[in-house]
Structure formats: C-alpha cells, structure tokens
Design a protein around this ligand. Structure first.
Ligand SMILES: [Zn+2]
Length: 333
C-alpha cells in the first residue's frame, strides 16, 4: 500500500482505542550467536519508529490508562518492552528520551537478580557454535536436524520449537542432551552476566518517566503451571519490584503471551496481587468497547519491519491480529 493511500485511510477509517507495540531487543542481531528472533529493530529504525509514533499519536504510559478509559476517545499508543535485556537501557532509553517519549519495560526479575543466559539464547548458542554437521533424531527431535544453512537459523528454530512443545520436566535433560549432541557443551556464564539490565538502570529509567512492570521471576508459561506455582511466580516478581523500586507492581505482561499462556487463575492472581493492567502478545489492539484490563493486546515489532509497515499497523491496527508472522514472533518468547 502506498503512503498516499495510507494517509487517505487514516482520515477515512480512523480507529480509536489503545494500540500497544511490543519490542524485545534493540540493535543488530544479524551476527549474533544468540536467538536472533529477539531483535525488534536496530537503533536507526527504532529512532524513526518513535519519531513517527510521537508525531501521529498520543504516546502514553500505563498510568494514563485510567483517565483514557474514562474519556473513551482518542488514539493512544503504548511502547512496551519485554524481558529486561540491557540494550533496552543502552540503546532504546536514549532514543526514547531524545523524543520525549515514554515506554514500559516488563522485566523477569530472576534475570535481573541472577543474570544468566535464558534457554532460548543458550539453545541458539549451542547450535551456532557447534562443530558438528547437524543433530541426530532423538527422543525430543523427530528427525535429524541438519546444520546446512549458513547461519543455522532453521536448526535453531527447530530446537527452540522442540523445547516449547515438551513438558517442563524434560527441559533440563533436553538442554544437557543438546550440549552433548552439538558438542558445544553448556554456555559459560560470561555472556549472561551482562545481558540484562540492573536494578540501578531500572531505577534511573523510572526516574526519567519510564514505567517498570512485571514479567514473572523465571519466565514460565503461566497457564502450564499449577495454580500455586503461578501465584509464586507472580507474587515473588511483585515483591522484588516493590523492594527495588519502592512501588507496588501495577502492570504485568504474560511470558510468551498467547491466548493459551494465561488462564482464569492467572487473571485472578494478578487482580489479588494488585495489578491494574496485564498485557498479552498475540496481536491486535483494544477499542474502548472491547477493553479487557487483564488482556491488553499487543502487536509484535520485528526487525524486518519496514517503515511503511509501521504506518500500516498504526493506521489499520485491526489487520494485525494473529497473522502467521505474529504467531512466529510470539512463539519466540
Ligand atoms: Zn518474555
């Protein structure tokens, strides 16, 4: 669609409501040995995206939602980040500040407290640093997984998908299996130590007007846990945020965030814990008529997104529901 057509549509078919965009990492992941699916935009693209959003929309933060939902008019955009990667502070934060824009950062407190490589980055590392030609079929891999593309992206995706489809009880054994079968061993601690933001960084961002929210402690898919374990993840996350930031956890995003990643028990627990708004991750946006405090929908931003595509999302957000691309991104984290 051309820029002129989009501009015409913006006037002809205006939406009203709350459009939330979600990012993970800012920078270039093209050469990374870790999970490249996590990079949402490089610095130049992110800068252009924030400039566009600030000039066309009301870029707001979760504390603004109470008033927005009372007034029930206008087009509002929330910029959000999940997980707590350090480039959110080193790369995204300066760009946001330069535009006077606010954003929300949902952090898994376990990554901040005990920095280590998460399973998705470690699996990518094991595959990419392997000197083998591929992986044999196994209890977890239905067929052989060749390392035949130059960047091994397909093999990484296959190994990540296998992790997500097995019971949580098998995860540790699967990682050990991959360590042996790739010949890479387990990733040493080094890269994990500087991968995440620190509490000091988060406090500085909050002082500059950013919002910090919860994303559990250990990043599990909450709906797959028994109710007491869900509660432990949510309550402990809220407790660490309160201890470090001096304010209760009012905003939360569901790890993975698909419709099946949270359930009625998750919602009830979040309400009991004092969370005002919880954010999902399966695409789409919310109008004032279909608003749901515990399922504020978000659209994934991906690194290959072209400038015009962001204009399309912001102009016609209802088209960006559960597309194939969004499902793939959602599957990543
Ligand atoms: Zn996440």
């Amino acid at each position: 669609m051309g820029a002129g057509a989009l501009a015409a549509l913006r006037h002809a078919a205006p939406w009203s409501g709350v459009l939330c965009l979600n990012y993970h990492r800012i920078g270039s992941g093209a050469e990374s040995v870790f999970d490249r699916g996590l990079w949402s935009a490089d610095e130049e693209s992110f800068d252009a995206q924030v400039r566009f959003l600030c000039s066309h929309f009301d870029v707001v933060a979760p504390p603004d939602l109470d008033g927005i939902l009372k007034r029930r008019r206008g087009r509002h955009v929330l910029i959000t980040f999940d997980d707590g990667y350090r480039d959110n502070y080193t790369a995204a934060f300066p760009i946001l500040k330069s535009h006077g824009a606010v954003a929300t950062f949902f952090v898994a407190t376990g990554f901040i407290d005990d920095p280590a490589l998460p399973w998705w980055d470690e699996i990518a590392w094991m595959v990419r640093t392997s000197t083998k030609g591929g992986l044999p079929a196994s209890r977890w891999l239905a067929g052989p997984v060749p390392f035949d593309d130059p960047d091994r992206e397909a093999a990484v995706r296959t190994c990540l998908r296998a992790f997500k489809s097995m019971p949580a009880a098998d995860h540790a054994e699967y990682l050990e299996h991959l360590a042996g079968a790739t010949g890479s061993g387990r990733c040493p601690d080094g890269p994990g130590a500087t991968l995440w933001m620190t509490w000091e960084m988060l406090r500085e961002m909050r002082s500059a007007g950013m919002t910090i929210g919860g994303h559990t402690v250990n990043h599990p898919v909450l709906a797959r846990l028994p109710q007491p374990a869900q509660r432990d993840e949510i309550v402990a996350c809220g407790r660490r945020l309160a201890e470090e930031l001096g304010e209760p956890m009012r905003y939360f995003s569901y790890p993975v965030g698909g419709l099946d990643a949270f359930d009625a028990g998750t919602r009830a627990c979040l309400r009991d814990t004092g969370v005002h708004y919880a954010f999902s991750y399966y695409g789409g946006y919310r109008t004032f008529d279909d608003w749901d405090d515990m399922d504020v929908r978000r659209i994934a931003i991906e690194s290959e997104l072209k400038r015009r595509a962001l204009r399309a999302i912001a102009t016609l957000p209802w088209l960006f529901g559960r597309s194939r691309r969004l499902r793939r991104t959602r599957d990543t984290t």
